[in-house]
Design a protein around this ligand. Sequence first.
Ligand code: GLV
Length: 308
Amino acid sequence: MVLLYKSDPERGARWKELFAQHAPDIEFRQWPEVGDPNEIRYLLAWLPPENLMQRLPSLEVLFATSAGVDQFDVASLPAELPVVRMLDPAIESGMIEYATFATLWLHRRMGDYVRQQRERRWQAHMLVPAVHRSVGVLGLGQLGSAIATHLAAYGFAVSGWARSPRQVPGVACHHGEEALDSFLSLSDILICVLPLTDATRGVLNKALFERLPEGAGLINIGRGEHLVDHDLTQALEDGYLSAAVLDVLSEEPPADDHPFWRDERILLTPHVAAMTQPDSAFPVLLDNLRRYQRGEPMIGRVDGKRGY
Ligand code: GLV
């Protein structure tokens, strides 16, 4: 039984140790040392190799090292090949941490204070109590729900939106296209944590920004392709938005001349909100491998039609 790992090589060394220690019946190979490709039953990957099924003809399960699986182009894979997202608790805590940081950054106007310091300007801005700041979480899956719950504990007025009905204690949950307007009008700070699908690509666009309260803040920790870059720049110019925190971009890294690099209203980070940690992800993966071997359903299996 061979598992091929194709992701960050540094963390690969730790994955290898964990397999050797806790699952010696599964041979761990690290890309590009594939060996005999016919022996590979499981692939654990961030980016799969091209022509996946031709290259790994005996592949039985594709495990993502990430929570998002949009990079796999699930529609092009054989329908019977199970694709499984990574539900590492470290991803959830990383996303909570980053969303909290970014919300507080916007809520407390840290971008303005960083600028003022540079200009040696000592000027206080009125403090808005958290209870008067509404935060909207776009996407209420496992990660969005966890983020919304944590932000509610800070006292923010938190609402969330999902395609289908959700219930998250302490969070005003909205669902469906018809509820989007009222949800957006309640989002002084909007956090995008949607999966990337054909239905959500480009959702952070001019029309959406215009439905937010004037001067709203935007946080994107979903995928770069959710955002129409030019529309963000324009919305900042026009005052529909006041600031943004972006951890993901459609091109990573962005080109040298991308306007976001030098826009002081935007805080950019290089896709670091959350990272899979082998030590906490290994038990999750091994549980799924054993489930698969016993013929039981795996946790985090992607619905090929929905794309997440
Ligand atoms: C990272 O972006 C992930 O999807 O886990």
